[in-house]
Write a protein that binds this ligand. Structure first.
Ligand SMILES: [Zn+2]
Length: 243
């Protein structure tokens, strides 16, 4: 006897055609293993089935109790592997667990960190800068580069949670740039070779209310950029296991 077609299909759907032990995406190179062997009274049931890749299946079956090497997979351990994996596929979704998709998302994540580095770039700058002091024109270049790069249709996460966080970041950066464009004013003051920018230098003292509101808007939108960025970096690290 073998597993009934309905049970086999349900098991293959629940594991996303990935091995329940090593989590490799297997496509059709997947086998259904009896957790409790049929010779030990195990049934051809969904409950007694664990989908495994060919390698893991061979290893699980290869253990010879007469010549024990390494540690055998126990039945309860196999069951636990299977249950945890089904749960993960159910919660996280099949796409993310495919190694090819993780690899694509890793590349997007690394690209994002290249354009918007954690240290030394625009994000670090807006995290610390006090906008009633002038700043160099180039300080926000990374943000503009990011917005330009977003026009590239390849630049998106396949994992839906990461993509939602990335869209949130994009939206926050747009608002920050808008807040800057609405009020910033080139002082045309050159310090050495570099051009400085400041918020409404002409009204800093004559219209302090408008000035303070403008600076405040910039700080608020900057804080939102930083927290959207931090959330995305944290989620990326957790989901993609990449530095
Ligand atoms: Zn495997």
């Amino acid at each position: 006897m073998a597993f009934l077609p309905n049970d086999a299909e349900k098991a293959l759907l629940d594991c996303g055609r990935c091995c329940c032990i090593c989590h490799k995406f297997c496509s059709f190179k997947i086998e259904l293993h009896h957790i409790i062997q049929r010779s030990e009274g195990g049934e051809d049931s969904y409950e007694n089935c664990i989908p495994l890749c060919l390698d893991c299946h061979a290893e699980v079956k290869a253990y010879d109790p007469k010549h024990p090497k390494g540690r055998k997979y126990t039945e309860s351990e196999l069951m636990e592997h299977r249950n945890r994996w089904y749960e993960k596929v159910k919660n996280v979704g099949v796409l993310l667990v495919h190694p090819e998709c993780i690899e694509l998302d890793r590349n997007s994540f690394l690209k994002l960190k290249e354009i918007l580095p954690v240290t030394g770039g625009s994000i670090a700058f807006i995290r610390n800068h006090i906008y009633n002091c002038p700043w160099l024109k180039e300080a926000h270049d990374d943000l503009n580069n990011y917005m330009l790069y977003c026009q590239n249709p390849d630049f998106e996460f396949i994992d839906i949670d990461l993509e939602i966080y990335r869209c949130k970041l994009t939206e926050c950066i747009e608002k920050f740039i808008d807040a800057l464009l609405a009020v910033s004013f080139t002082t045309d003051r050159w310090t050495g070779e570099q051009l400085e920018i400041a918020v409404y230098p002409e009204i800093k003292y004559s219209k302090p209310d408008i000035y303070h509101k403008a600076v405040n808007d910039i700080h608020q939108t900057a804080n939102k950029v930083c927290s959207a960025y931090d959330n995305l970096i944290r989620l990326g690290r957790r989901k993609l296991a990449v530095e």
